[in-house]
Design a protein around this ligand. Structure first.
Ligand code: HEC
Length: 157
């Protein structure tokens, strides 16, 4: 059996889409860009759910669930930004600035401080003092999202 045929069979057995050498790269990149934008949208929804609680439009349990979602998703961020998926590589698709990869340590620092901010906020959610939660929510967007968006994300226009 030719080795390339064996590889296709192996890939099929492992459930990997095999498009042949060289052809799948762009598809993979577009898929990961969509995946991370979806993950970011989830973070947006969670933030909105917490805001709804501060505005008496949702209960504390919903806010706590949203806080847990934010905390769980933060550590997955770096894996959603493989090389060559910047807005320079995929204009009109990706809004990730090339600075992410040029300053990878700084990007990871952003993930860390965003995670820490969400952890602190979740402690407040657990305690359940609405006035304290509402006051802290005012800063959460900057500390957990803006810390990374300001240097590393281009706004969609
Ligand atoms: C460590 C960096 C980082 C953190 C932390 C971060 N983001 Fe993002 N976010 C990005 C980048 C980079 C993009 C652009 C991604 C792209 O277009 O490929 C983005 C895009 C988005 C988008 C647009 C998604 C779309 O539809 O294209 C939303 C909404 C968003 N983020 C919400 C949030 C919220 C809410 C938080 C905080 C709770 C957050 N993000 C925290 C880096 C981050």
């Amino acid at each position: 059996m030719k080795s390339s045929v064996k590889l296709v069979i192996l890939a099929a057995a492992l459930g990997i889409a095999w498009a042949g050498p060289g052809t799948s790269y762009a598809q993979d990149a577009l898929a990961v860009i969509t995946k991370r934008q979806d993950a970011m949208k989830e973070q947006g929804k969670s933030t909105a759910a917490i805001k709804a609680y501060t505005e008496d439009k949702a209960d504390l349990a919903a806010a706590r669930a949203a806080g847990a979602q934010l905390l769980a998703s933060m550590p997955t961020i770096p894996s959603l930004f493989p090389q060559k998926t910047s807005m320079a590589d995929y204009p009109g698709k990706s809004y990730a600035k090339p600075e992410i990869w040029a300053q990878w340590d700084k990007f990871n620092e952003g993930v860390k401080s965003a995670t820490a901010a969400v952890q602190t906020f979740n402690a407040l959610l657990a305690a359940g003092d609405k006035a304290a939660i509402t006051a802290a929510f005012g800063k959460l967007g900057g500390e957990a999202c803006g810390v990374c968006h300001t240097p590393f994300r281009e706004r969609k226009t």
